[in-house]
Ligand binder design. Structure first.
Ligand code: FEO
Length: 168
C-alpha cells in the first residue's frame, strides 16, 4: 500500500480508538448520573468505535502493511447536562466524517481503488452515525425539558444493542 495512505489509515485507527475513549468518558458521566439507558447508548457507541478501529487494523494487515499504534489523547470528563454531551457527540462525529473524507481524498490521489471501496463503507457509516446522534439530540432539545422526560428517554435508550458491523 502507498506509504502516505498507510500512515493516514494508521492515524485513523488512533482517531477511532480516541472516539471509543471519548464515549467511555461519557459512559462514566452517565453512570455517575445513574442514567442507565444513556450509559447503554454510550456502551454500544464504544463497541462500534472499537469495531471501526479494528476494521482498519485488519485492513492494513490484509494489504501487507504495518499497524503502528500511537498514544491516545485524554478526553474531557465533565459535562453540564445530557444535551451538552450529545452536542459534543454530534460535533465529534462531524469531525470524524471530515477525516474519512480526507482519507478518501488520499486514496483517490494515490489511485488505490480497493482502498476507496473499503473506505466508502466508513463514509456510509458516518451518515448513519450523524443521523442517529442528531435524532437523540433533537429529542433532548425539543421535547425533553423536564426530569420525567429524561427518565422516559433513558428507558428508551436502554434498548439499543450492539450488532457487530460487517466492514468493507
Ligand atoms: Fe467511528 Fe463514530 O465514527
Amino acid at each position: 500500500m502507498n506509504e502516505k495512505l498507510e500512515k493516514a489509515i494508521n492515524d485513523q485507527i488512533n482517531a477511532e480508538l480516541y472516539s471509543e475513549y471519548f464515549y467511555m468518558a461519557m459512559y462514566a458521566y452517565f453512570d455517575r448520573m445513574n442514567l442507565q439507558g444513556f450509559k447503554n447508548w454510550m456502551n454500544v457507541q464504544m463497541q462500534e468505535e472499537h469495531a471501526h478501529a479494528m476494521g482498519m487494523f485488519n485492513y492494513i494487515h490484509e494489504r501487507g502493511g504495518k499497524v503502528i499504534l500511537d498514544k491516545i489523547e485524554q478526553p474531557k470528563s465533565d459535562w453540564s447536562n445530557p444535551v451538552e454531551v450529545f452536542e459534543d457527540v454530534l460535533k465529534h462525529e462531524k469531525y470524524v466524517t471530515s477525516r474519512i473524507n480526507d482519507l478518501l481524498d488520499i486514496a483517490e490521489e494515490v489511485n488505490d481503488r480497493a482502498a476507496v471501496s473499503f473506505l466508502d463503507w466508513y463514509l456510509k457509516e458516518q451518515v448513519e452515525e450523524e443521523s442517529n446522534v442528531s435524532n437523540v439530540l433533537k429529542t433532548l432539545r425539543m421535547v425533553c425539558d423536564d426530569k420525567h422526560c429524561l427518565y422516559m428517554m433513558d428507558k428508551d435508550l436502554a434498548s439499543r444493542t450492539f450488532n457487530p458491523p460487517v466492514i468493507g
